[in-house]
Design a protein around this ligand. Structure first.
Ligand code: 3PG
Length: 212
């Protein structure tokens, strides 16, 4: 099995990839533990804050059961920084071919995003088999994903943006969807307030929907 296949399998198994915004790297380990205890052992730590790399390093070192990766990766420098810190995957809200090619040439699993047929075509032609679909709600959600999936046969999507406990089941029921991403179980305000029990509880609720 290739490194990408192994990664895709792990993503499908977890079902929901929590999108994490951390202001303080001290919160990273309690967060990683809360997500894992709730049944979502994954974290897409976004490069929207200066704490991203240190947070990834902390989770990678102290939560070995958590599939930790990086999100909001916009350029190659951030991709390198994330991987140096221990990120096991790279996710972007759109795509930059430099990032995609750097990841693929370093055997780093990458999920770039595309919402139009042209964008998905460009990514498929780079050898990418799964793309993020962001922001999912604003770009037509499940109905747009179904239309794209009917053309890009075998290609799969990770919708993020507006996914929540109410619509998760519908998204996951579609075979073109490998997993969903989202912040609803670990909103930045909950992390800032140290509400890790609540995060664990919301993760458990999401994990129960995944296991269906
Ligand atoms: C992302 O980075 O993928 C989004 O911020 C997640 O969207 P959500 O906050 O609606 O879950």
């Amino acid at each position: 099995m290739s490194y990408m296949d192994g990664f895709y399998q792990s993503v499908e198994q977890v079902g929901v990839v929590p999108v994490v915004v951390l202001d303080r790297s001290e919160d990273a380990v309690p967060l990683g533990k809360a997500l894992a205890e709730g049944g979502l052992p994954a974290a897409e730590v976004t490069f929207r804050t200066a704490a991203a790399a240190d947070s990834i390093r902390a989770i990678a070192n102290e939560c070995p059961d958590v599939l930790v990766g990086s999100g909001t990766v916009l350029n190659e420098e951030q991709a390198r920084c994330a991987v140096d810190a221990g990120a096991r995957f790279v996710v972007s809200p759109g795509y930059d071919l430099g990032v995609v090619r750097w990841c693929l040439s370093h055997q780093v699993p990458v999920i770039p995003a595309g919402v139009t047929p042209t964008e998905v075509t460009a990514l498929v032609n780079e050898g990418v088999e799964v793309t993020k679909f962001f922001p999912a709600a604003q770009y037509g959600g499940l109905s747009t994903i179904r239309a794209l999936a009917s053309v890009f046969v075998g290609h799969r999507f990770m919708p993020t943006g507006g996914v929540n406990a109410e619509n998760l089941k519908d998204y996951l029921a579609d075979p073109a969807i490998i997993a969903c991403g989202g912040t609803w179980m670990c909103k930045p305000a909950m992390i800032r307030a140290g509400e890790f029990d609540r995060i664990c509880e919301l993760s458990r609720e999401a994990a129960a929907i995944v296991r269906g």
